[in-house]
Write a protein that binds this ligand. Structure first.
Ligand SMILES: Cc1cc2nc3c(=O)[nH]c(=O)nc-3n(C[C@H](O)[C@H](O)[C@H](O)COP(=O)(O)OP(=O)(O)OC[C@H]3O[C@@H](n4cnc5c(N)ncnc54)[C@H](O)[C@@H]3O)c2cc1C
Length: 514
């Protein structure tokens, strides 16, 4: 089934959650750009998605070869200016907002997650350069990232340093006014590819033995040595590279010892992107399951032939999938709206982690439920739901495994004021008295008991009270969507579950406190 960008749903959520009140949000322009990118996604990005999955990437003589059609698609992407969508106009970009990027990123991931992985780190790299780069670094690299001469990577992971970056061993030493890096990085997305002439690697390396404070951020350009690419469950068209630096020339970006802070600019950006990858998979699963359930005739109801969707259990599953897409998008859009406002850093961090966990779980669960709706055909490769599931699965692991994000919400979220700001957000969104009380209760329990032990349930309460309030917003504004009946039905369907799940989280936290 042809890929279709879920633009009406995207625009509905943005306006239901208040993007219209942002200074730089222009709903008409967002529609126009979304439509334009949606056509590109349907015509160019989506048709090579299954090809990329089947062919995968190859390592030939130390160089990565991308699957058929990927180079041509990237050339068109770059030529049409999409790589510079959010870059400042002074450097040749289009100066658009995070919101606009969120719209195109979601559509991109729904059409071709693997290619989005390889091309999608560019806006974060540009932002890192703008925040921490020297004038020379900005002018040397930003135009090349915009025009498609360069793609960007993010090099953190090492064999002994996954979630725990304090174990990074790759070392940088000063050398004649510059730096030389030696060490090995693994799992680097796009560590090499044959889409661009050059690659802009942002590498976290050790400049002293002082744990996380001994890490600094470096720019390495040019081809680096790729020793292997990983065989994976999904994302076959995204090369996951092991790369080796051997006294490789590097430039420091930002201050020595501030590497993690600088890398966080890139990572926070990537986390919203991962949330949207999950949303995109959920939306695709909905499209496939909904269309199939309306088409296939099976069984009878009141003596007449029935379609799958006429059976209550199938209707429930399709609505579950729809709700996962609509609600995960809502949480991601709230994070994007706060990021655009920029005046509440603790809330941005809190919502970003929530969006990452909720979005990734939504994509996986939606794909899995979608398979059930399609029955045997869901398990086959014919409809592509297997690829959706396989590609979506990684989102719960990379960019901070979900368990680490939930722990952060319950620990740092309390200390930084993020949880408090979230409580205020609930109030501002008009959450019911019950929801606000559930949230206050969760905050009290997590402070009283073991925060790391309670983290998953604390997250559960946070996510479900938010889903509950979002469902009320969607229902109230359903008439602004072209299919108001669908929005109302799904909002009502999800609301009951959300309140029950939040109550369950409170119940478990209470038991853990005792
Ligand atoms: C397809 C793919 C693409 C990737 N792309 C990149 C990339 O471009 N750049 C890059 O640098 N890395 C990349 N990674 C690496 C990815 O970010 C790591 O896999 C991830 O950070 C987890 O590290 P790990 O695999 O070593 O797992 P581990 O750190 O060993 O963790 C294993 C499990 O234990 C749990 N865990 C670990 N520590 C804690 C803790 N302190 N508290 C609670 N739970 C914990 C985690 O939840 C996780 O589920 C990629 C990985 C894959 C598979």
């Amino acid at each position: 089934m042809e890929f279709r960008a879920p633009l009406e749903d995207i625009l509905f959520t943005l306006s239901a959650l208040g993007a219209d009140r942002l200074d730089h949000y222009d709903a008409d322009l967002t529609r126009e750009i979304g439509e334009h990118f949606g056509r590109f996604a349907t015509d160019v990005l989506a048709p090579i998605n299954a090809i990329g999955d089947a062919q995968g990437c190859r390592l030939e003589n130390g160089r990565v070869r991308m699957p058929q059609g990927f180079k041509e698609a990237f050339d068109q992407l770059a030529a049409d200016g999409w790589q510079g969508l959010t870059a400042p106009e002074d450097f040749g970009g289009q100066g658009q907002s995070h919101i606009m990027l969120g719209v195109t990123s979601e559509i991109f991931s729904g059409a071709n997650h693997a290619l989005q992985m390889v091309t999608g780190l560019v806006p974060g790299a540009i932002r890192t350069l703008l925040t921490f780069g020297t004038e020379d670094q900005k002018s040397a690299y930003i135009p090349k990232l915009i025009d498609g001469t360069m793609l960007a990577t993010m090099c953190l992971t090492e064999p002994n340093a996954g979630s725990d970056l304090a174990r990074i061993r790759t070392r940088a030493v000063p050398s004649g006014g510059a730096w030389k890096i030696t060490g090995e990085k693994i799992f680097i997305s796009g560590g090499d590819q044959d889409l661009t002439d050059d690659i802009f690697h942002l590498v976290l390396a050790r400049t002293s033995d002082d744990g996380l404070k001994g890490l600094s951020l470096f720019i390495v350009t040019g081809r680096v040595s790729v020793t292997r690419i990983e065989e994976k469950m999904g994302l076959h068209a995204s090369p996951t590279c092991q790369i080796v630096f051997d006294e490789t020339n590097a430039e420091l970006i930002g201050s020595e010892g501030q590497g993690l802070i600088a890398m966080f600019t890139m990572m926070n950006h990537a986390r919203i992107d991962v949330a949207l990858q999950g949303v995109a998979h959920a939306a695709r699963a909905f499209d496939l399951a909904n269309a199939y359930a309306h088409d296939r005739v099976q069984g009878q109801i009141n003596g007449s032939d029935a379609r799958l969707i006429d059976h209550d259990d199938v209707r429930r599953m399709v609505d579950d999938i729809d709700a996962l897409a609509l609600m995960s998008r809502g949480i991601a859009h709230l994070a994007m709206i706060e990021l655009e406002r920029g005046d509440k850093p603790a809330l941005i961090e809190f919502l970003t982690s929530m969006a990452k966990v909720f979005g990734s779980e939504a994509g996986i669960r939606a794909a899995e439920t979608g398979m059930q709706v399609l029955g045997g055909y869901g398990y086959l490769t014919e409809y592509g739901l297997d690829q959706t599931y396989r590609d979506a699965r990684i989102t719960a692991i990379y960019e901070g495994a979900n368990g680490i994000h939930t722990r952060t919400l319950a620990t740092r979220g309390i200390k930084s004021g993020g949880a408090e700001a979230f409580g205020q957000l609930l109030q501002d969104l008009g959450a019911s008295q019950d929801s606000q009380e559930r949230w206050a209760q969760a905050v009290e329990y997590v402070q009283r008991g073991s925060a790391t032990h309670m983290a998953p349930y604390f997250y559960q309460v946070a996510a479900q009270v938010l889903v509950s309030v979002l469902s009320h917003h969607y229902e109230a504004q359903a008439d602004t969507h072209p299919d108001p009946d669908r929005i109302r039905r799904v909002a009502r369907h999800v609301c009951v579950h959300a309140d029950a799940e939040a109550t369950k989280g409170i119940f478990i936290m209470n038991a853990l406190c005792a």
